[in-house]
Design a protein around this ligand. Structure first.
Ligand SMILES: Cc1cc2nc3c(=O)[nH]c(=O)nc-3n(C[C@H](O)[C@H](O)[C@H](O)COP(=O)(O)OP(=O)(O)OC[C@H]3O[C@@H](n4cnc5c(N)ncnc54)[C@H](O)[C@@H]3O)c2cc1C
Length: 165
């Protein structure tokens, strides 16, 4: 089945926070990594509530507070417990290790650029359709256009991963 072309050490499917972080970590460990994202660019298909947290983000991007596209520093947090007809709010303020609000279309795109600087090959606008298997073992992925082979395939295509199913 494998024709000797398009072979790498690791394929990561999905350039969200998990895929980008995984790809960078593997690249830093010396692995050849191809990161495949179906969107026009990393973050183009993603929305979320808006806050990223400093401590885990720094593990991957130590200088993100000065380099990444951040919207706002969040120093106050409010949690509201709702009753049937009333509500109780608990607030706290914190100046260190705060969170930042970001727009995924900007932040993920920046993060994917950092992955490229670490040697990750980013392939965008490419949907992984299925996993390639040989002797009941995953040996790569099939996209709309091509087949890519690798020693390891990491699925980081989100919580509703069709590929995992
Ligand atoms: C309403 C809401 C609000 C949230 N608010 C926050 C918040 O404020 N802070 C926070 O930290 N978290 C928040 N989260 C959670 C956060 O969105 C997830 O934890 C995070 O996005 C998970 O990252 P991921 O990389 O696993 O997956 P995703 O971010 O889902 O990334 C998966 C990537 O894989 C790509 N992909 C999928 N299938 C394929 C395929 N077949 N081929 C190629 N590419 C593929 C997608 O295009 C996508 O880019 C929120 C979630 C929701 C739903």
């Amino acid at each position: 089945m494998y024709d000797g072309k398009n072979k790498t050490e690791v394929i990561v499917v999905g350039a969200g926070p998990a895929g980008i972080s995984g790809a960078i970590t593997l690249a830093r460990a010396g692995k050849k990594v191809v990161l495949i994202e179906r969107g026009m660019f990393a973050g183009s298909k993603n929305v979320f509530g808006g806050a990223i947290y400093t401590v885990p983000t720094k593990e991957i991007f130590p200088d993100f507070e000065t380099e990444a596209p951040l919207e706002r520093r969040n120093i106050e947090h409010n949690f509201m417990i709702l009753g049937k007809s009333d509500a109780t709010t608990i607030s706290y303020r914190k100046d260190e290790n705060v969170s930042y609000s970001v727009i995924r279309g900007k932040f993920d795109r920046w993060a994917a650029e950092q992955a490229k600087k670490e040697g990750v090959v980013l392939v965008e606008q490419t949907v992984v359709r299925e996993l390639l298997k040989e002797n009941n073992r995953v040996i790569g992925v099939k996209t709309e256009l091509e087949e890519y082979y690798s020693d390891i395939v990491v699925l980081a295509d989100g919580v509703n991963s069709l590929l995992a199913k």
